[in-house]
Design a protein around this ligand. Structure first.
Ligand SMILES: Nc1nc2c(ncn2[C@@H]2O[C@H](COP(=O)(O)OP(=O)(O)OP(=O)(O)O)[C@@H](O)[C@H]2O)c(=O)[nH]1
Ligand SMILES: [Mg+2]
Length: 354
């Protein structure tokens, strides 16, 4: 049954993220609701109404270069893990924008020997947030089949550090988490192989696990099982051995934890420790066994050090699921971490690329 105008307006008033920007735009063009009515339920926020009229889904890439399974050059690789819709790509847009606006970004140029592999995608992400605009349009779902490898240089105090962000689709992350669960698992097989070869290369790695706070915990039960499975797979394949420096847990959509930013971090830690116990224990053990996150400084089985690696993340104020008023605070925290943790290129014979 079609919703009545009154229902639609009530839904919007109660939750600005009930419909997508695209749906609202269609309500307006189909004259299901009128501009004046929309303006009233968004409490006179003309910026939002204008943004809805102009809304279009950003296109991040027209040509996609395939990520090769051997990366020739040294860099620190930063992996973003998380289920579909957890907020990985939006966070990456915020982080990249912040790296740029703080003056830490150096892209590879035409004449450099190294080239950014997923340069279209990276440029797309750099452009979705424009600090001069009040409201930005952010992309929808990352397509399943491609692994985006965005390599560039991060500047710090006049030095350059080579870095790559690897944005994974949640579907691929889920397919990996299911490797031990589904027999004869064929889903995204090619992509899983490619990722496996990337994870086994000699580049230093930092992993970010994105946990979606907005999934309520009955559903979230699934989320934590996927993360536990992922962890056992990482463990059995020894991905974390030798080349992983740090592992962070990012509780996303932290604006939904509380409007008070000051209490979000503690709540995120509590949430993780309460609902993700198996994942926490598995991860804690991996850290202690492989000297990650300084876990080996703690007594065996004491995983309290992980609390220091739990971050809350919010992109800002999310409007109609596809737009936001960007707030760089959370992104800045991650940029600071990257600045601090990413190693300079190692030199000498000890490091032979494998
Ligand atoms: N409230 C809130 N919602 C967010 C935030 N970040 C993302 N979202 C919502 O979550 C949706 C999914 O975000 P994405 O960044 O595309 O998620 P993803 O993890 O990249 O998902 P896949 O590409 O499918 O793996 C967005 O369309 C937003 O509606 C946030 O900080 N706060
Ligand atoms: Mg994505």
């Amino acid at each position: 049954m079609e919703e009545t105008k009154e229902q639609i307006l009530r839904n919007i008033r109660e939750d600005y993220n009930h419909y997508t920007a695209f749906e609202i735009k269609k309500f307006l063009t189909d004259e299901v609701i009128f501009e004046s009515e929309l303006l009233k339920v968004v409490e006179g926020d003309t910026e939002v109404v204008e943004a809805i009229y102009r809304y279009s889904n950003p296109i991040l890439e027209r040509n996609t270069n395939q990520t090769p399974n051997r990366i020739k050059d040294y860099c620190t690789e930063i992996y973003l893990w998380g289920l579909p819709s957890a907020g990985k790509t939006w966070a990456l847009a915020g982080i990249l924008n912040t790296i740029d606006s703080e003056g830490h970004l150096k892209l590879y140029g035409k004449n450099d020997t190294e080239q950014c592999i997923s340069s279209d995608y990276m440029n797309g992400l750099l452009n979705v947030i424009n600090n001069r605009k009040a409201i930005n349009y952010l992309p929808n779902k990352t397509s399943n089949e491609t692994i985006r490898y965005m390599n560039f240089k991060l500047l710090k105090d006049g030095e350059e550090r080579k870095v790559a962000f690897i944005d994974l689709s949640g579907e691929l992350v889920k397919a990996i988490a299911n490797e031990n669960v589904i027999k004869n698992h064929k889903e995204l097989e090619k992509e899983r192989k490619l990722l496996e070869s990337l994870l086994s290369n000699r580049n230093r790695k930092i992993h970010f696990f994105f946990i979606d706070y907005a999934r309520n915990d009955d559903e979230g039960g699934k989320q934590n099982i996927h993360f536990s499975n992922l962890c056992s797979i990482f463990n059995s394949k020894r991905y974390f051995e030798k080349n992983t420096d740090f592992i962070y847990i990012v509780v996303t959509k932290a604006d939904m934890i509380d409007s008070n930013e000051a209490i979000r971090k503690n709540e995120a830690i509590k949430y993780f420790n309460k609902y993700y116990k198996s994942f926490r224990n598995n991860l804690g053990k991996i850290c202690q066994d492989n000297e990650i996150n300084f876990g080996d400084d703690y007594e065996k089985g004491d995983y309290s050090f992980l609390d220091d690696y739990i971050l809350d993340f919010s992109i800002g104020e999310v409007l109609f699921l596809r737009m936001c008023r960007f707030n760089k605070k959370s992104s800045l925290k991650i940029v600071d971490i990257l600045q601090e943790k990413i190693q300079k290129e190692r030199s000498g014979k000890a490091w032979i690329f494998g």
